[in-house]
Design a protein around this ligand. Structure first.
Ligand code: DP6
Length: 355
């Protein structure tokens, strides 16, 4: 019996459950899957550490459907691989709560809304799969009593969310969160935990948009290619745990210079590993680099901010709230910048059930 089936009994008829989960940005990055693990477990090769984002969030409702499984995102019925990925996740939730193979899952609808500011192009799989995991679990089991989810289920639910998307494991909590790599083959100890609440430190993230549209290489595919072909992949994995410990300690003592140093180092190591993949994976554009240069110049003038970027060309800048306006103005002047969003640390994910 796994941790979830101990906590909840399956319900004979699903209820309607609504959840909200916020996106997150990794300050110490996850890039790579554990070799030899079942793809369905989606086990990362490295841990990661993130800040949950206040403004970016996904709201999801899951409930019984007489018309078969359905997935509607921002008012549009979704088909193809994006639908299959979400419906498959409903099956995982059902099995995780101990449903025997002989008992089919009740058919469900998923209705989600993404709240993503301005130019989009930011990962929504983290908030999306965290919200889906919470709402589906609450719809299908007895362990949610209405207005809130019991705290003891968040840990096991984080491991379940990870199977939908690695970064989703971190979106169950607000503030600053660490996803442990874990060692168990079944992934039960590969789950996130909250480190510091959102009010721990007055930090902000400036999301500097440098392009519109979708990323050219999906993260899952890119990670597998890096593991198979990048000569920098092994050192990337080897140094990750030390970066995580150092970042956690710097966060704890509110040392921005030390944290920022690790944030940039982790980001550039990940992108170096991507660039050394065959064929190379290059997510940046010219504006990405100009923004980073402008940020370093601003820092030399005393405006302290640190860059990170993910599987896309946007730059995210970690800074103190008091510096955010001046930094934002100076980066908005870089040619090619489409817009800048200021984001504060966000809250825990929540769920409620219609009784
Ligand atoms: C570069 O969580 O999107 O944003 O587990 O394959 O769904 P899958 O990957 P995903 O990867 C995120 C990669 C990253 C770094 C990070 O968020 O840690």
């Amino acid at each position: 019996m796994n941790a979830l089936s101990k906590l909840g009994q399956l319900r004979s008829s699903p209820r309607v459950a609504r959840s909200v989960a916020h996106a997150n940005i990794a300050l110490v990055k996850y890039w790579g899957k554990r070799p030899g693990a079942l793809p369905d477990l989606n086990l990362p090769a490295v841990g990661s550490l993130s800040m949950t984002l206040g403004e970016l969030r996904t709201e999801t409702e899951v409930g019984p459907s007489d018309a078969g499984d359905q997935f509607v995102l921002d008012g549009e019925t979704i088909t193809g691989p994006a639908r299959s990925r979400s419906i498959q996740h409903l099956d995982r939730v059902w099995r995780a709560f101990g449903a025997p193979e002989s008992r089919p899952r009740p058919t469900l609808y998923i209705r989600s809304r993404n709240h993503v500011p301005t130019a989009a192009g930011l990962a929504s799989s983290a908030s999306g799969f965290a919200a889906l995991t919470l709402a589906a679990s609450a719809a299908l089991t007895t362990c949610f009593d209405g207005l809130s989810a019991p705290r003891e289920v968040y840990g096991p639910l984080s491991a379940l969310a990870r199977r939908g998307s690695g970064s989703a494991a971190r979106s169950l909590w607000g503030g600053f969160v660490r996803l442990d790599r874990g060692t168990h083959d079944d992934g039960s100890d590969c789950r996130a935990r909250p480190l510091f609440a959102r009010d721990h430190w007055d930090l902000e993230l400036l999301v500097v948009h440098t392009a519109k549209g979708k990323k050219p290489v999906g993260s899952t595919d890119g990670m597998n290619r890096s593991r198979e072909t990048s000569p920098y992949y092994a050192p990337w994995v080897d140094h990750s745990e030390a970066d995580l410990d150092a970042a956690e300690a710097a966060l704890g003592r509110r040392d921005l210079a030390a944290l920022g140093d690790i944030v940039e180092h982790s980001c550039f190591k990940m992108h170096a590993c991507m660039l050394a993949t065959r064929p190379p994976i290059l997510y940046w554009n010219g504006t990405t680099l100009e923004v980073i240069r402008a940020l370093w110049e601003a820092r030399a003038r005393g405006l302290e901010g640190y860059a990170t970027s993910d599987a896309g060309p946007h730059v995210k800048v970690l800074c103190r709230a008091e510096t955010a306006t001046a930094l934002s103005e100076s980066l908005a002047a870089v040619p090619g910048v489409l817009g800048i969003d200021r984001v504060a640390p966000g809250p825990d994910a929540t769920v409620e059930v219609e009784l």
